[in-house]
Design a protein around this ligand. Structure first.
Ligand code: HEC
Ligand code: HEC
Ligand code: HEC
Ligand code: HEC
Length: 295
């Protein structure tokens, strides 16, 4: 009898169809009247004039809409694409972002066009109308809650160790020997938010760096520079924040900057050697999988 169930549900869905006047507003005292009340509002997402930019009516006069794909790239590009003429009725100009650039690295969800995995198209109580908590200030001590957007069961699962373990040889590649540099930047009272170093959505041409490391970051009204060079075994970072410093996972570098060493002991030479072998193995496994996928 299973075939019967979808048939019933189609029928009941059809019964619910409301007739509408295509010229009437979507936001009135009785329709969608709750929109636009949250803390961070996407002007275009709650403005009755723009609903149909994203919601395509299936049949004139009926309140039924084409399903929106989880890839919303073509919808967002209408206003946020570079060099695209945004609708004249907009009060504020939309920030323009880079959707494509061969020389740049993008977050995988961004490439997939899954904008609404992170942003609510209409409004939310979180910064940049993100769907989940992400800090809006420059400094934020790491807690599981503050970064719920990045660290949750679907994304960067288990990454909290990379942020909270003072020392590690396995949880992150951003380490000097076993000193965890994610911890020392993020898990301190004046913790630097991820955006200090990583760029997620690109307002301008800002980064050609691996790991989405940006070339400058906003600090108040200023843009401070950040020059990052990734090496085989670590990196080299020059910024306005501190003297040029280097890190190396297997041969820890001594840097001339004042920092409090994290609790725990430095790794022994033997442990460092083992961690190098482990990382190499991981790298090979990863490349192996890529090859397999190609075949
Ligand atoms: C920028 C694109 C965009 C605009 C503009 C937009 N929406 Fe949406 N809307 C979406 C997407 C995408 C979804 C699917 C839910 C998701 O992915 O978060 C959605 C879902 C909805 C839903 C289903 C319930 C929900 O919130 O998930 C309603 C109702 C809705 N929109 C009403 C409106 C109304 C009314 C307007 C105009 C005031 C509007 N939308 C403008 C993109 C948009
Ligand atoms: C009809 C034009 C239009 C469309 C389509 C559109 N936007 Fe926007 N967007 C704007 C405008 C105008 C602003 C600037 C005003 C504001 O912040 O709401 C903006 C601002 C934003 C901001 C920055 C908000 C802030 O607080 O600075 C984000 C994030 C954003 N849009 C995401 C999206 C996403 C994701 C989509 C696709 C699902 C999308 N937009 C589709 C017009 C649009
Ligand atoms: C992995 C999560 C994620 C995805 C996927 C994502 N964004 Fe964002 N987006 C962010 C975050 C986080 C910010 C805020 C960056 C910051 O200020 O640190 C942001 C900022 C923005 C802004 C504001 C830029 C500015 O100058 O204020 C726009 C516009 C935007 N995103 C549009 C998009 C569009 C369009 C897509 C899909 C092609 C998309 N985003 C996909 C997380 C995401
Ligand atoms: C002080 C700069 C800085 C801050 C702040 C920062 N990162 Fe990173 N992150 C890096 C660098 C540099 C790398 C590249 C390490 C390598 O491969 O040598 C990296 C790598 C990563 C990786 C790749 C896996 C790994 O650990 O090697 C992820 C995921 C990541 N960061 C997420 C985050 C998140 C989430 C936050 C915010 C909670 C954050 N980062 C804050 C500098 C930073």
């Amino acid at each position: 009898m299973t075939f019967f169930i979808p048939y019933v549900s189609i029928l009941s869905a059809q019964e619910k169809i409301t007739l509408i006047d295509a010229n009437a507003s979507c936001v009135t005292a009785s329709c969608h009247s709750n929109m636009g009340k949250k803390k961070y509002v996407h002007a275009a997402g709650v403005d009755a004039r723009f609903c149909v930019k994203c919601h395509e009516i299936v049949k004139d006069g009926e309140h039924t809409f084409r399903k929106i794909s989880s890839n919303t790239r073509t919808l967002c590009i209408q206003c946020h694409g570079e060099g695209i003429k945004a609708p004249a009725e907009l009060k504020d100009p939309p920030p323009r972002i880079v959707f494509e650039d061969k020389n740049m690295q993008f977050h995988p969800l961004f490439i997939a066009g899954e904008c609404t995995a992170c942003h609510d198209a209409h409004e939310s109580n979180f910064y940049k109308h993100l769907k989940v908590q992400y800090p809006d200030e420059f400094y934020a001590l790491y807690t599981e809650k503050t970064y719920a957007l990045c660290i949750n069961i679907n994304c960067h699962k288990g990454f909290e160790k990379a942020l909270t373990a003072p020392r590690t040889l396995t949880d992150t590649m951003f380490r000097n020997g076993n000193v965890n540099l994610h911890y020392s930047h993020v898990s301190i009272p004046k913790g630097r938010t991820c955006r200090t170093c990583h760029q997620i959505c690109y307002p301008q041409h800002v980064s050609k760096n691996p790991k989405l490391i940006r070339e400058s970051f906003p600090f108040g009204k200023r843009a401070l520079t950040l020059t990052f060079e990734k090496t085989e075994t670590g990196g080299d970072c020059s910024t306005t924040c501190h003297r040029t410093s280097k890190y190396d996972r297997y041969e820890p570098v001594f840097n001339l900057i004042k920092t409090v060493p994290p609790p725990g002991n430095d790794a022994t030479d033997e442990e460092l050697k083992l961690s190098r072998e482990r990382d190499l193995q991981k790298q090979e496994d990863k490349e192996g999988t890529k090859e397999d996928n190609k075949q």
